[in-house]
Design a protein around this ligand. Structure first.
Ligand code: BDR
Length: 341
């Protein structure tokens, strides 16, 4: 079985990712570590247990992680996921937090990886605070990981504008010519990397294991058509009814013009975190990717938190990450359908 640890800030797309993982027969979820992010940590913990309850999998250990970023001020994504992170649909029967494990998330990651050296894939779809803390506590952690999959950062879209600017201001394209990116939270910043930029920087510098990044633009390029979403969430099962209910708020948000025009593949829904999870589960799902050294901007007035891609190898980083570009959408849809059965 493929062994996964999920590091989440359970909002709507994290919930979808959990369900895909749990519905895949050859996957074992060793544990779920929770981080601040889409909503405050207390909600993340509660949401995670709620999803596990719907899946009848409260046996999966859930760990409390960091409640705040390393340096940044706390930031949440209530507009997108609802204030409580799951569409603000109250659940009077939500499981209590006494079900949580006692061990701290970063320590639990280190322990679970140590117990299964070379076998664990860590899927991180939250701000990277827990993941950064883990490598600070145990610098040898990346050597023992099989792979790290991250939903976060951004990679493209303003390449021509950037080059044009360099051309017109300097007379030629000269180094440093880094490519700026399209944000969803700040002008150039994707939510998870902006919500803890130092953590993202630490992780991209120190995790030298095979690393795969599902960027914001990647999810925009592989969006799910609304006709599919209706069939997917309209299935006659408890899981589908739960998902349909908690997704309503996000659906309204996604259906606004500002958001829809980001979706290069046409109108629809991009379940950001689920792409990273699905790619981790099935390494043949991604049909296009590229390898490049990356880092994260920590200074810029407009660009703090932006992922920087070093196509010209100016940073001289030996470690290259794999930037995911395209998925086999039909197979991805099938995974989503199965997850709610
Ligand atoms: C990321 O931000 C969060 O709101 C989503 O859950 C996803 O992890 C997309 O930028």
């Amino acid at each position: 079985k493929k062994k996964l640890i999920l590091d989440l800030d359970t909002g709507v797309d994290d919930a979808q990712a959990i369900m895909v993982a749990l519905a895949t027969p050859d996957v074992e979820v060793l544990g779920i570590t929770c981080c601040h992010g889409n909503t405050p940590l207390e909600n993340v913990l509660k949401n995670t247990l709620r999803v596990l309850k719907v899946c009848n999998r409260l046996d999966i250990p859930v760990f409390r992680g960091c409640a705040e970023p390393l340096v940044d001020k706390k930031r949440h994504a209530g507009d997108f996921h609802g204030k409580d992170g799951l569409g603000d649909v109250p659940d009077p029967d939500a499981p209590g937090l006494e079900l949580l494990q006692k061990q701290k998330a970063s320590e639990a990651i280190i322990r679970m990886v140590k117990e299964n050296p070379g076998e664990v894939t860590l899927v991180a779809t939250a701000p990277l605070t827990n993941v950064a803390e883990a490598v600070q506590l145990d610098p040898s952690l990346p050597e023992k990981l099989k792979a790290l999959y991250i939903m976060g950062g951004n990679c493209e879209c303003t390449l021509s504008v950037c080059c044009l600017f360099m051309l017109t201001s300097t007379g030629s394209v000269q180094p440093p010519c880094f490519h700026t990116a399209r944000g969803n939270t700040t002008v150039c910043g994707e939510f998870n990397f902006v919500a803890d930029s130092e953590a993202a920087h630490t992780v991209l510098d120190r995790y030298t294991c095979p690393t795969y990044i599902a960027t914001w633009e990647f999810s925009c390029r592989n969006s799910l058509p609304w006709s599919f979403v209706d069939v997917w969430l309209g299935q006659d099962t408890d899981k589908a009814r739960f998902m349909d209910k908690i997704s309503q708020h996000t659906r309204k948000m996604v259906q606004t013009e500002r958001y829809q025009k980001e979706l290069v593949a046409g109108p629809g829904f991009n379940s950001c975190d689920t792409y990273a999870l699905a790619a981790a589960i099935d390494d043949t799902l991604v049909t296009e990717s590229e390898e490049v050294a990356v880092t994260v901007e920590l200074e810029g007035t407009y660009t703090r938190g932006m992922m920087v891609l070093d196509y010209m190898d100016l940073l001289k980083k030996a470690h290259k990450v794999t930037i995911l570009k395209k998925v086999d959408l039909e197979r991805f849809k099938q995974m989503l359908m199965d997850a709610l059965k």
